[in-house]
Design a protein around this ligand. Structure first.
Ligand SMILES: Cc1ncc(COP(=O)(O)O)c(C=O)c1O
Length: 500
């Protein structure tokens, strides 16, 4: 038990965090030159395609092992994985931390399934990631939506209005919990402590999708982390912002308001029985790296991002918001490592800017909206990366040959209100469905998720009744070039509805 190791020995916290038990066990194991009669079939790389082996090197295959005794078992850990998870919990201040090998998607699914039985209510914002809706479908929970705040100037959604959250808590005393996204994709953070205190005042667990905030814990100039703010369950995409490999995330849990055993059982139900040791080892060393060097790495990252922000804001037609927006509508704090570069004054869309950065300047952005292109600055970026970005944006700003995009200046129609629903998302999702022409779908129950971009939040979810306002809105924004995410027919000529 690592707790015993840490507290009953003379080792300090830092001494303990210098270890990477899973990584070390894998490293030591592969020195033994074992003969493998177990999965995976490539047998530590010996059977793998030669070109792949040459590209990746042999060690990644050597540590791609299965649950042999030396490297423990994710689902019932009692050795090095247990220690690695306990070191993670100790670092972040949770009671339990679980390694996830299918990203925060799994974490969101597990959080909802831990607190909700089929038919239970859960309060969520409308600007959820689709994995939250996935958790709602899997659990059979009933979502009670709190509208997300739309920022017309920046052209992005923020969090929620705390008064509306309280209203939902009062009106739904039977809701089993509240799940919030904090920070948003763009780094906007709520007054999380206040929000979580409010949720706890109504004696509900606070579940936080902190996919974009695993670094908050390590620097005081970043928004408060969900665990520090008192959250009961938190999911973090370690792979998105820190240095672990894609798909590796962490689920943290504080005991008291949520049932740890149930969370563990659900994890066993929905995670692979063959979790990747490469991913888990990468989580182990990412934790060690942040424990030992997190503050200094982030200090450098924050400086790089802030310096780039200043330079970007000197470019004609460019606006990259910073701390000055804190205190304005829906914004309590921001993560300054995110550069949300608003290009609308250049008369081009964020989508177009992303495309030019990619094709002309070899700069791959995270994503774009109609007005903005989003760049994530992490501990993996260096000054040269940011110089290239700033220089490229400067060149784009001076390019008079770029075709103007009329959508950027036209006023976006207001997003319709959240429609009524008559079925749970789960019932609608698993019901017998049919496709009908979109224009004649009014009054029918939607059986898929319709999430146009922009604005980037679901306009329709399974179980919701399609109304005239929504049909008109979706047709209008489609004609204005929005991408429709979610439905089988992305041109939205037809829509999947529940068969009557
Ligand atoms: C807010 C939010 N939550 C959850 C997820 C899912 O995370 P993952 O990709 O780690 O499964 C994402 C992914 O983009 C996200 O943006």
């Amino acid at each position: 038990m690592i707790e015993t190791y840490i507290y009953n020995s003379k080792n300090t916290f830092i001494e303990a965090q210098k270890r990477a038990p899973l990584f070390e066990a894998l490293r030591d194991y592969i020195k033994r030159d074992m003969v493998a009669y177990h999965t995976p079939g490539h047998k530590q790389g010996k059977g793998v395609d030669k070109e792949m082996l040459e590209l990746l090197g042999e060690n990644v295959f050597k540590i791609d092992l299965t649950e042999i005794p030396e490297v423990d078992n994710l689902h019932d850990p009692d050795g090095v994985i247990k220690e690695a998870q306990e070191l993670t919990a100790l670092l972040y201040g949770s009671d339990k931390s679980f390694f996830l090998v299918n990203g925060s998607t799994t974490g969101n699914n597990v959080m909802i399934m831990t607190v909700c039985d089929p038919g239970d209510k859960i309060i969520i914002p409308r600007n959820i990631h689709k994995s939250v809706l996935g958790g709602i479908i899997l659990s059979g929970a009933i979502p009670i939506y709190v509208p997300a705040l739309w920022d017309n100037d920046l052209g992005i959604y923020h969090g929620i209005d705390i008064d509306k959250l309280e209203e939902a808590l009062i009106n739904n005393p039977d809701a089993k919990g509240v799940l919030l996204v904090n920070p948003t994709y763009y780094g906007i953070s709520l007054d999380l402590k206040k929000v979580i205190d409010l949720i706890h005042k109504y004696n509900r667990p606070a579940l936080i999708d902190e996919a974009h905030g695993p670094h908050f814990h390590f620097h005081e100039d970043l928004p408060i982390s969900a665990l520090k703010a008192g959250a009961d369950m938190v999911v973090q995409s370690t792979h998105k912002i820190l240095s672990s490999m894609t798909q590796s995330s962490i689920l943290h849990l504080k005991e008291g308001r949520v049932n740890t055993k149930r969370a563990k059982n659900i994890l066993q139900l929905i995670q692979s029985t063959s979790p990747s040791y490469v991913l888990m080892a990468s989580l182990d060393v990412a934790r060690r790296q942040m424990a030992l060097h997190g503050r200094e790495l982030l200090e450098r990252t924050l400086q790089l991002a802030e310096d780039a922000r200043k330079r970007l804001n000197k470019i004609n037609g460019i606006y990259c918001f910073g701390k000055e927006i804190c205190g304005s509508y829906g914004v309590f704090d921001i993560d300054i490592t995110k550069l949300v570069i608003n290009v609308s004054k250049l008369g081009i869309s964020g989508f177009h800017a992303l495309d030019i950065l990619d094709r002309k300047y070899n700069i791959q952005s995270e994503m774009a909206t109609l007005y903005n292109v989003l760049e994530l600055v992490t501990i993996g970026n260096d000054k040269e990366d940011l110089d290239r970005l700033v220089n490229a944006i400067e060149c784009i700003s001076k390019d008079e040959t770029l075709e103007k995009d009329l959508r950027v200046n036209s006023k976006a129609p207001p997003v319709p209100s959240i429609p009524k629903s008559t079925m749970s998302p789960r019932e609608a999702f698993f019901s017998t469905t049919e496709k009908v022409p979109f224009y004649s779908s009014i009054g029918r129950i939607c059986a898929e998720i319709i999430s146009p971009y922009p604005p980037g939040i679901p306009i329709l979810a399974p179980g919701e009744i399609i109304n005239e306002e929504i049909v008109d809105y979706l047709q209008l924004i489609y004609e204005h070039g929005a991408f429709i995410n979610g439905p089988e027919d992305i041109r939205l000529q037809t829509i999947k509805v529940v068969r009557e």
